[in-house]
Design a protein around this ligand. Structure first.
Ligand SMILES: NC(=O)c1ccc[n+]([C@@H]2O[C@H](COP(=O)([O-])OP(=O)(O)OC[C@H]3O[C@@H](n4cnc5c(N)ncnc54)[C@H](O)[C@@H]3O)[C@@H](O)[C@H]2O)c1
Length: 257
């Protein structure tokens, strides 16, 4: 964290992160813990989640609380959120992060598959917000950060359901910001560009795609999970107390073109 901001308002804050076992979510877990926050996170990747807890604790940060949970099972997810709040305290920061960007030719999507894509990429964001909102509203403060994607604004092949869900998240963010704002609860969404997580490097990054990415961005460097985490930290902290209902784009300038 040397060289980057420390946020006093995040010390001891209770933070809930979905999909925190790998990728951007794991970086969020590490960075909130490094700020002294009390982090709870869920994921289906149980081994990776348990391993991350040990790494963060070994680094001398507050030990995160991990619960294996499939966010598509909304009843189980709501129960898990309640358990985490009982153990750590009322959630002050929610990072709605879990997603699955699996590609699919649009001609092959049937209604069941479409519903499944919405379940993993959209529905849990709303129901997690709904679950934590009452305590945030009672406390008169809270920050909900929804992970969108610049993919909702550019033309990518074979990502119809994912891009639809990501576009919906922007509308949901504006609506919830209006709903919760009078009680001091903020709702924002972060739109990452192409970030080099393990999954992106393994599945989608080719030399040609990388060259296209560098041309599309104003800043040609590869985005790292840390670039997104620092925006999320700021939106979670009191430093952004007057910002809500917005999208925050971290894409090296891709969408500026
Ligand atoms: N990496 C990028 O380039 C990029 C770009 C734009 C937006 N985003 C968004 O950022 C967020 C994180 O992306 P990422 O690249 O780290 O993704 P990732 O696929 O690397 O990680 C997603 C995490 O969510 C977990 N997960 C998946 N399905 C789940 C389920 N049903 N229940 C619980 N956990 C589940 C996975 O196990 C994994 O740990 C997502 O919302 C994604 O849409 C990422």
């Amino acid at each position: 964290m040397t060289g980057y901001a420390t946020y006093p308002s995040l010390r001891d804050a209770v933070v809930l992160i979905s999909g925190g076992a790998s990728g951007l979510g794991a970086e969020f877990v590490r960075q909130f813990a490094a700020q002294g926050a009390r982090v709870g996170f869920v994921d289906i990747a149980e081994e990776a989640g348990a391993a991350l807890v040990e790494t963060v604790a070994a680094d001398g940060h507050p030990r995160p609380l991990f619960r294996g949970c499939d966010v598509r099972d909304l009843d189980a997810y709501r129960t898990t959120i309640a358990e985490i709040a009982r153990e750590l305290g009322d959630v002050q920061v929610l990072v709605n992060n879990a997603a699955d960007d699996t590609r699919h030719p649009s001609a092959e999507i049937d209604p069941a598959y479409w519903d499944a894509r919405m379940r993993v990429n959209l529905d849990h964001q709303f129901f997690a917000a709904q679950a934590v909102a009452p305590a945030m509203r009672a406390a008169g403060r809270g920050s909900i950060i929804n992970l969108g994607s610049i993919s909702a604004h550019i033309d990518l092949l074979d990502l119809t359901a994912y891009m639809t869900a990501k576009a919906a998240i922007e509308g949901m963010t504006r609506s919830l910001a209006r709903d919760y704002g009078p009680d001091g609860v903020r709702v924002n969404c972060v739109l990452p560009g192409w970030v080099m997580t393990e999954r992106q490097l393994e599945h989608w990054l080719t030399p040609e795609a990388d060259a296209d990415r560098a041309r599309a961005q104003c800043l040609p460097h590869r985005l790292e999970p840390d670039d997104i985490a620092r925006m999320v930290l700021w939106l979670a902290a009191d430093d952004s107390r007057s910002c809500t209902g917005q999208r925050w784009i971290v894409d090296g300038g891709w969408m500026s073109g």
